[in-house]
Design a protein around this ligand. Structure first.
Ligand SMILES: [Zn+2]
Ligand SMILES: [Zn+2]
Length: 140
């Protein structure tokens, strides 16, 4: 296996590849030892347009506490990673800007959908020992 690469060129880390694949039209391509293409997987939008529209209507921008980035700056984050069997549905997705999408993938911040259907974020213990959920001010 070669390291993941992007169409913009250059290798990227596996962690970055997983983050990009979290909200992307993913076309898996398997390369053989000499670089020949062995298999071109089916392209698919992990979040169909209808779900993305509903997500924009619900979150109205990055849902991270304190963030004001509008929907156009945001990616859809799978709360349960698609690679771990997370469903592609509104109740398992949240809008996050590029920065906060990084935060969700690379730090101990967690996100979940509360019983009222809105996203809430659980800070790492070093920020709040009690790990009380926080919300974006749009939802308060
Ligand atoms: Zn993500
Ligand atoms: Zn944000």
């Amino acid at each position: 296996m070669f390291p993941p690469t992007t169409t913009f060129g250059g290798p990227i880390s596996p962690a970055a590849a997983r983050r990009i694949a979290c909200d992307a039209k993913v076309t898996p391509i398997v390369l053989g030892g000499k670089g020949e293409i062995l298999d071109v997987g089916r392209s698919r939008y992990t979040f169909p347009a209808a779900i993305r529209k509903a997500l924009v209507a619900r979150d109205r921008g990055c849902a991270f506490p304190g963030c004001d980035r509008p929907p156009g700056w945001c990616e859809a984050h799978h709360i349960v990673p698609f690679s771990q069997g997370g469903d592609t549905k509104l109740s398992s997705a949240v809008l996050a800007c590029d920065h906060h999408h990084h935060v969700l993938h690379h730090t101990d911040w967690q996100v979940r959908i509360a019983s009222d259907g809105l996203p809430e974020f659980i800070p790492p213990a070093w920020i709040d020992f009690a790990r009380r959920p926080r919300r974006n001010h749009r939802f308060l």
